[in-house]
Design a protein. Structure first.
Lengths: 286, 307
């Protein structure tokens, strides 16, 4: 007993330490470098990027959270009402598929539609409407919609599955009783399904709110193909940090932005968790 | 018998009207088309003749059918097959190691008798809440654990995942009852034997779920090569596609046969080949999709019921 209870976790500790090292490395080079206090942060926040990337990150995530709640719940409820269960299965399978594709593939898909020379939209749709081709990868104004679309495209199916599982867990007696009392389908949805889904909706939303400072790097980097003309609407904290580290090689700046994200993110997670605990202490993360 | 009949009848009566049903179906057919159309488009492009693509752009229906792109990818794509191989190796090794480590961590936490389980559970949770960010992480793998530009860099960072560990712990806790372990102990099985011979086989569904999560994670990964891999012999299929989207010439540059003559490059079915690689990389996912779906749904339902 002692062996497994202590020995195996020890292996686990080693692994966990590996992850923990992500938080701050023990390298002597770090200790030997010059101490500048909040200098890097100061510098970072004086650039226009600090505001821009924070705004983009938060606004996109807000939109994603709202749509990621409303659309899947509505779809799950409707899907559950379809008479032919075979069709339900098919729809669910098809809509779940995008979740399994990588962002690289998604960027290919986006490219096949928006490619300036031969994309489906420029070549087929716009030509047949007799309009001028649009330089998609250079025009920021379209990208908030495109990015939101692909985010929804990729994750709606996944969320539908989650909510559908919750709906199928609802006791059918509620509906039978409601029906006997003469409740219409509409009444049943609003007075039974939605209230019973509420805890799950709240938890998932709050967890998403907790991660509001973390953007999906794949979406914001790959889908717009890292096009410089689009940074004003596609650059988020994660992509900024990556570019600062790898392209401009500005390590201090990248570290400052990354740390800023980690700390603010940590605070929002704790706040969100606090709210979750208030609502339903069982569902709190810690 | 009679009562179930009744319930069935009442459920039948409690259905939406046929008109509404048609409306909902129409909505979902549209949604499904939106979901699948982009994928069909790249499949169509990969089967379209190259000249046709350059002149008429991308269409859903190939005006001139051609398998030249696949032909090219299969015969000339040393780079592609190498990347494909790397992806397979990374996915297999990564998934197995990852499963082992996750289970070894999760199992003690699922046992009531383990004294430090709260500490170790928090130890894992904490990584989900706070991280040092990209820069220190990058430095660890480039300086402290110098595995940059080895195949391990695409495996090691994903080995432990606190979220999967929690799901696995819930799995152990709900499927393996303490009494089973007790009886194994009475029969003289050691802890390791109990774990590998009794507990793990009981949790086959859980292993499959987490295993598929890991497989998907490794197969679809482009982030680790993007950050760490500069050696083009180590590119995995996702990262190769990333490079290819930026410049199709990349494909040719890796293959000696083609790099010598620029004329061949000009003849290369570049647009089609690009999409053909994308289709080939989706292949295994489509193939494994029924399994994925089955276990993902299961895993999601269990993950939602946190223990």
């Amino acid at each position: 007993m002692l062996l497994i209870n202590n020995y195996i976790p020890m292996i686990g500790v080693v692994i966990a330490f590996k992850r923990y090292r992500f938080h701050g490395s023990f390298l002597s080079s770090i200790f030997k470098s010059e101490w500048v206090g909040f200098g890097n942060f100061d510098f970072f926040f004086k650039t226009p990027y600090a505001f821009q990337i924070t705004r983009n990150t938060i606004l996109y995530n807000l939109v994603f959270i709202i749509l990621g709640l409303v659309v899947p719940v509505a779809f799950a409820i409707l899907l559950n009402e379809i008479t032919n269960k075979w069709m339900t299965k098919i729809y669910q399978s098809v809509m779940f598929l995008p979740y399994f594709l990588s962002w690289i593939i998604v960027s290919y898909l986006a490219y096949s539609f928006f490619s300036i020379e031969s994309g489906f939209i420029n070549k087929v749709v716009i030509t047949s409407l007799g309009l001028d081709p649009i330089k998609w990868y250079f025009e920021p104004k379209y990208w908030p919609f495109i990015l939101t679309f692909f985010q929804l495209w990729k994750y709606t199916g996944y969320n539908i599955v989650v909510y559908l599982a919750a709906i199928s867990g609802i006791d059918s007696e509620y509906y039978e009783a409601a029906e006997i009392d003469g409740a219409t389908k509409w009444n049943q949805i609003w007075s039974i399904t939605v209230p019973l889904l509420k805890p799950l909706m709240i938890i998932l939303t709050l967890l998403a709110v907790g991660r509001i400072f973390n953007a999906d790097f794949g979406l914001f980097y790959n889908v717009p193909r890292n096009s410089g003309q689009l940074y004003s609407v596609t650059d988020v904290i994660d992509t900024y940090v990556y570019r600062a580290l790898r392209n401009t090689n500005n390590i201090s700046m990248a570290a400052a932005a990354g740390t800023y994200q980690a700390i603010v993110g940590c605070v929002t997670v704790f706040t969100a968790n606090y709210v979750v605990r208030k609502i339903d202490s069982d569902k709190a993360l810690f | 018998m009679e009562s179930t009949e009744k319930i069935k009848k009442s459920r039948l009566g409690n259905r939406v009207s046929p008109m509404t049903n048609i409306g909902i179906n129409a909505l979902f057919i549209m949604a499904s088309v939106v979901c699948i159309a982009p994928i069909l488009l790249i499949v169509a492009i990969s089967f379209t003749d190259e000249k046709e693509l350059l002149v008429n752009g991308y269409h859903f229906l190939p005006q001139k059918f051609s398998v030249k792109a696949y032909d090219y990818v299969i015969t000339a794509g040393d780079t592609i097959w190498r990347a494909y191989g790397i992806s397979i190796v990374v996915t297999l090794v990564g998934t197995l190691l990852s499963l082992l480590i996750i289970c070894l961590y999760a199992y003690p936490l699922s046992r009531q008798s383990f004294r430090y389980k709260n500490f170790f559970a928090f130890f894992a949770y904490f990584t989900m809440i706070f991280g040092g960010g990209l820069v220190p992480w990058y430095m660890v793998y480039t300086q402290l654990v110098p595995i940059k530009n080895t195949i391990w860099i695409m495996i090691v960072p994903y080995l432990m995942n606190a979220w999967y560990m929690m799901i696995m712990r819930t799995f152990f806790r709900t499927t393996v009852h303490e009494s089973i372990i007790e009886s194994a102990k009475i029969d003289g099985a050691g802890e390791f034997r109990t774990f590998f011979v009794i507990v793990l086989p009981l949790c086959r569904a859980g292993l499959a779920t987490i295993g598929l999560f890991c497989t998907l994670g490794y197969w679809n990964d482009w982030w680790l090569p993007l950050v760490f891999v500069t050696d083009n012999k180590l590119y995995n299929i996702q990262y190769l596609m990333y490079q290819t989207l930026n410049s199709i010439q990349y494909l040719a540059s890796g293959s000696a046969q083609f790099s010598e003559s620029s004329k061949v490059i000009a003849d290369m079915p570049s647009e089609g080949a690009r999409m053909a690689i994308a289709v080939i990389s989706i292949g295994p996912i489509i193939f494994a999709y029924p399994f994925f779906q089955k276990y993902f749904v299961k895993g999601l339902t269990i993950g939602a019921v946190k223990g």
